[in-house]
Design a protein around this ligand. Structure first.
Ligand code: FCB
Length: 476
């Protein structure tokens, strides 16, 4: 990747913003190769993931309020194909057959997100019972099918009314989030065994606030720094609300983490730059939660104005709140970063059809082992991993190879003692891929958006067999 941070410049964002931009197909598609059988531990949770705005549709159904993604996607020029999530996979109306599909695949766990604007259409104030009822039905439907619900409280769809009041730049937003979380915990707390607070704060900070190519569309590093801290605070306040609710399940965050390597192995300057990139990509989000501190090298790497803004946002007691004990960590893994001597990101591995996604399965093993080493013996759940495969629905063999190689990497980490409890492929369904609209198909199940027909792809059948045998077969 070429658009990256230099160690000297403001690297709050660091990653390239390709996630938000239309790209040509430069997919590398390895063919499935023979390998030894790899079995996973008993009880390993095989899952699939989705998020509310990407699949639900029903944008105004039953009192849902607008979110920043409704606003953003309806703004001309923001989405590659000019589309939006108004209908998406129409999951709001088709959830029962979608859950049947999950059962047919043999999923043990289904990760979904709850839309804040369905629960509180204005973000705060009146609770919309019909919104809560939707998720109650969904959770009940999962239990009826023997599938464990894994619920994310926030997957980027901030109520627009809160954005109008400053959104994540407003410190109060952290409290509004905890208030919303409390409503959800009261309604669903005991029926959902595992909760995730905020999905990928880094993407919000980097792409939503620094590049501005995803909602809320700000290109303002100072705002990004402030939002970053308030997102962390929101996580901590929600964990506190969960403990106060008395619910007996588990809670953690879902972080997208990217192991950082020097582009040239052994190069001293590139190795140093990779350490900064590691701070920006990983430790800046991990350390507040697990060490009650922002990494010093991260703070030092910021431009003065950005550093001052971040430090100004941190109030007494915040880091103790953010560092409240969590029960697990959700790990979204898509790509590593390779950094040259000038701190610039380099694309040195093949990418998927999403050009920000370098394919490097070894990075997942390295990441999991490192989390275990540096952050303790915490249960890790892979909450997202996958690729868009542009091939026709009946030919997504590139995806099978990708999933196989990443599962093998996770299995190696497990063999070396890391507590990896589960894996969720991104995604169950083709869906609205944010600023890429419907141009990238990330699902193991094909969706014909005109007819809303679902057709499992070869990867879905392959994954079903992996689940059934609790591992990879020889030759997978
Ligand atoms: C992750 C997001 C998810 C989806 C995948 C491809 O960063 O959490 O919603 O967009 O990327």
């Amino acid at each position: 990747m070429t658009t990256a941070a230099s160690a000297a410049a403001m690297p709050l964002l660091a990653a390239c913003d390709d996630k938000a931009k239309p790209k040509t197909d430069d997919t590398a598609k390895p063919k499935p190769a023979a390998g030894p059988p790899l079995t996973f531990p008993d009880g390993f949770a095989w899952g699939a993931a989705t998020s509310a705005y990407q699949i639900e549709g029903g944008a105004t159904a039953d009192g849902r309020g607008p979110s920043i993604w409704d606003t953003f996607s309806h703004t001309p020029g923001t989405i590659a194909d000019g589309s939006n999530g108004d209908v998406a996979c129409d999951h709001y109306h088709r959830w029962e057959s979608d859950l049947d599909l999950c059962k047919q695949l043999g999923l043990h766990s289904y990760r979904f997100s709850i839309a804040w604007p369905r629960i509180r259409p204005d973000g705060r104030g009146a609770v919309n019972q019909k919104g809560l009822d939707f998720y109650k039905r969904l959770v009940d439907g999962l239990h009826q099918r023997g599938i464990a619900p894994l619920a994310t409280l926030f997957h980027w769809d901030l109520p627009q009314k809160l954005q109008d009041q400053g959104g994540w730049e407003n410190r109060d937003c952290a409290k509004w989030f905890a208030d919303y979380a409390d409503v959800v915990f009261t309604a669903l707390g005991s029926s959902v065994p595992t909760w995730l607070t905020i999905n990928e704060p880094k993407t919000i900070v980097q792409v939503g606030y620094t590049f501005g190519t995803m909602a809320p569309g700000k290109a303002d590093p100072v705002a990004a720094a402030v939002a970053m801290h308030h997102l962390a605070l929101a996580h901590g306040l929600a964990v506190r609300a969960y403990r106060d609710s008395g619910a007996s399940g588990r809670i953690g965050a879902a972080l997208n983490l990217a192991p950082a390597y020097p582009a040239t192995a052994g190069d001293e300057a590139a190795t140093k730059a990779a350490a900064i990139a590691d701070a920006v990509e990983n430790r800046a989000y991990l350390d507040p939660i697990f060490k009650k501190a922002y990494p010093t090298d991260f703070i030092e790497s910021l431009d003065e104005g950005v550093r001052t803004a971040l430090q100004g946002a941190i109030k007494d007691g915040d880091l103790a709140t953010i560092g409240a004990t969590v029960d697990l960590l959700g790990v979204n893994y898509y790509n590593p970063v390779f950094v040259d001597a000038n701190g610039r990101y380099q694309t040195i591995k093949p990418t998927s059809a999403a050009s920000w996604e370098q394919i490097y399965p070894q990075g997942l093993e390295d990441l999991l082992v490192r989390l275990h080493r540096d952050y303790g013996d915490l249960p890790l759940v892979i909450t997202e991993n996958g690729i868009p495969d542009p091939a026709a629905a009946d030919q997504d063999h590139g995806r099978i190879a990708y999933l196989r190689d990443h599962l093998a990497a996770a299995q190696r980490a497990i063999q070396s003692g890391v507590r990896v409890e589960g894996y969720h492929v991104w995604s169950l369904l083709d869906n609205f891929e944010w600023a890429q609209g419907y141009t990238q198909r990330w699902g193991i199940v094909h969706v014909d958006f005109a007819s809303q027909t679902r057709t499992p792809k070869p990867s879905a059948t392959w994954y079903r067999d992996v689940i059934a045998r609790n591992g990879l077969a020889a030759g997978d």
